[in-house]
Design a binder for this molecule. Structure first.
Ligand code: MF3
Ligand code: CO
Length: 251
């Protein structure tokens, strides 16, 4: 069942979304080679609490951290660690969610550390562009799978593959609600999009094959072939005036 949100609820979700955006922007300024992914987690939690929000992932299904920090061939759900030191040339996916007064926001970016290879940069550009194309389809009257198809068709045309084992999701008073939002599929399938739906759209794109596996830590998802992977995510409301991205910086 898809829970529709009122304009007032969407405004509250935008408050949470802004904290997510500001925290990601602060991490973008803060991160540099030599830091550990645990340093980033501590920094993020501090930003979130200073803003009067709470980390959404911490404690969710037993997840122990504020952010997911997924480096290079890690796809999503990378566990922050004092043993994972970042180096020039890495790419790092930072995924974070917050809750403010019971309403959630969720977004992710993948950042290059210092000078990174041209192929890695292209992967980042393509993944981010696939998210933009997906958001453009988040309009009342379209079908859910038009979003999915926009991601898959663009990504595959660029020679990359989409992850199928993990998907985006509805979001609201819960981090995860119906519907699932896959990054693959034919156009014109699934529920019709309606004003008041709010979706976390999150393409996960591999430079090589789409197969992934989960490490012994039970969380970290990696590409099976060891190829690089990138992840971008926004929380997006469907309104009478088209898509409204709730996890944007203002100004
Ligand atoms: N953005 C991810 C998601 O929506 C992150 C979840 S990590 C978890 O699934 F710890 F909260 F599960
Ligand atoms: Co999400």
């Amino acid at each position: 069942m898809i829970i529709l949100k009122s304009p007032e609820e969407i405004a509250r979700m935008e408050v949470a979304g802004r904290v997510v955006a500001e925290t990601l922007a602060a991490i973008r300024e803060f991160v540099r080679p030599g830091m550990t992914t645990l340093n980033l987690d501590r920094f993020a939690e501090e930003c979130i609490r200073k803003a009067g929000a709470k980390p959404a992932f911490k404690g969710y299904r037993g997840y122990p951290y504020t952010i997911c920090a997924s480096v290079n061939s890690e796809v999503v759900h990378g566990l922050p660690s004092a043993d994972r030191r970042l180096k020039e040339g890495d790419i790092i996916g930072i995924d974070l969610g917050v809750v403010v007064d019971g309403y959630y926001g969720d977004a992710a970016v993948t950042l290059p550390l210092g000078k990174v290879g041209g192929e890695a940069l292209r992967l980042l550009r393509v993944t981010e562009e696939s998210l933009e194309r997906a958001i453009a389809k988040a309009r009342a009257g379209n079908h859910l799978s038009d979003i999915s198809h926009a991601v898959q068709s663009y990504v595959e045309a660029q020679g990359y593959s989409v992850v199928v084992d993990f998907v985006g999701h509805g979001i609201g008073r819960n981090l995860h609600e119906d519907p699932q939002v896959p990054n693959f599929g034919e156009e014109g399938k699934g529920p019709k999009l309606r004003p008041g739906m709010v979706l976390a759209i999150e393409p996960m794109v591999n430079a090589g094959g789409s197969e992934v596996e989960i490490l012994e830590d039970q969380w970290t998802v990696v590409t099976r072939d060891g190829s690089l992977s990138a992840h971008f995510e926004h929380t997006v409301a469907i309104t009478g005036n088209g898509p409204r991205v709730l996890t944007l910086l203002v100004g």
